[in-house]
Design a binder for this molecule. Structure first.
Ligand code: PLP
Length: 341
């Protein structure tokens, strides 16, 4: 129970927290990774912590089907499909995206887990948000006419309920930090739809946890700290939180978003290869690769403190490396590792 809300506990927590020795030595910082990519369903990732709360709420509402939205390659959708399968719900994903020409990566996993995927065609006039809303209404109606009770989970699971997953994670981290004697912890996390960052930020402020938090933006936002403040205010009102935060309290670096969501970026691929070749840890091209690229570049520019212990949360997303537009770039770059003898 967190802030008065219950969850279904299905996660293999605490997830490992380990120092990455080679990366630490080479970058000249103390660098740790919290392995939320190693969570236990649907190949893992951050959304599972949020889904512990959504599943409980769906069960309490007597739902029989989980429906969520995102891009065609949504990690959140894939993990919703996994937990739906585990708890006996049907599942569906609605995305305003073209068919990518192949069923690979998350789409492949969605199908394996029995999730219905609806890709909405653009008509050149209607805004995406309207298309999405209309399609969700249509798909919900269709399934409810077949006798299902549909429970809707918002984009990325980033609402007041979903944020509790990373509120819990901050408390878990705090216990691990004490146990391992880590000094001046500084958490680094990707900011997408922001539920992960916000859960951590809310817990740090309201549970008086001794840790700094920096978010790394991976896509352009019109006003990212304004969005953070609005989101936090919603949490504060919903749960009666004590801490009052201002815009300046949200530290989110937007210098490494490379201008778009989920775009192939050479620097990011280099960061992925760097991590893979030193630690055997796979990062993804959309979220964690961009985030680690930011850490690496900041360290190389001596913009990170020697005093802090940086803890990057690995939020998963690994199926993303198998999508066509990322995979094809990597196939070219990695060809010289292929030997036919
Ligand atoms: C792998 C991965 N990392 C990070 C994020 C960002 O989390 P949030 O949307 O809560 O900001 C996502 C969101 O989809 C994700 O799939």
């Amino acid at each position: 129970m967190t802030l008065g809300r219950e969850k279904v506990c299905f996660l293999n927590t605490p997830t490992p927290l380990e120092q990455l020795k080679t990366v630490s030595r080479e970058l000249g910082i103390r660098f740790y990774m919290k392995r939320d990519d190693l969570t236990n369903y649907g190949t893992g990732g951050n959304k599972l912590r949020k889904l512990e709360y959504f599943v409980k709420d769906a069960q309490d509402h007597g739902a029989t089907m989980l429906l969520t939205v995102g891009g065609a390659q949504t990690n959140h959708g894939r993990l919703t499909a996994a937990i739906a399968a585990r708890y006996g719900f049907r599942s569906a994903i609605v995305a305003v995206d073209p068919y990518p020409g192949e069923i690979s990566a998350n789409l492949l996993l969605d199908g394996i887990m029995g999730c219905q995927v609806y890709l909405v065609r653009k008509d050149g006039r209607t805004p995406d948000s309207q298309l999405l809303q209309d399609a969700v209404a249509r798909v919900t109606k269709e399934w409810e006419e077949k006798g299902e009770k549909v429970y809707f989970i918002p984009m990325g699971g980033s609402d007041e309920l979903g944020a509790l997953g990373y509120y819990d994670c901050a408390l878990e981290l705090d216990a691990q930090i004490r146990e391992q004697g880590i000094t001046n912890p500084h958490i680094i996390v990707t900011v997408g739809s922001m539920g992960t960052y916000m859960g951590l930020a809310a817990a740090i402020a309201n549970e008086h946890l001794n840790m700094k938090l920096t978010g790394i933006g991976i896509m352009p936002y019109r006003d990212i700290t304004g969005h953070a403040l609005d989101y936090y205010e919603r949490l504060r009102k919903t749960y009666g939180l004590e801490a009052v935060l201002r815009r300046e309290d949200f530290h989110i670096n937007t210098d490494f978003d490379y201008g778009a969501y989920n775009n192939p970026v050479e620097d990011v691929r280099k960061a992925i290869y760097y991590m893979g070749r030193r630690e055997g840890i796979i990062l993804d091209p959309c979220y964690t690769g961009k985030t680690f690229n930011a850490v690496k570049k900041l360290a190389e520019r001596s913009e990170l403190s020697k005093e802090d212990s940086y803890i990057m949360i690995h939020t998963g997303g690994i199926p993303g490396i198998y999508t066509k537009h990322h995979r094809s770039e990597m196939e070219v770059e990695l060809m010289n590792y292929m030997h036919i003898i």
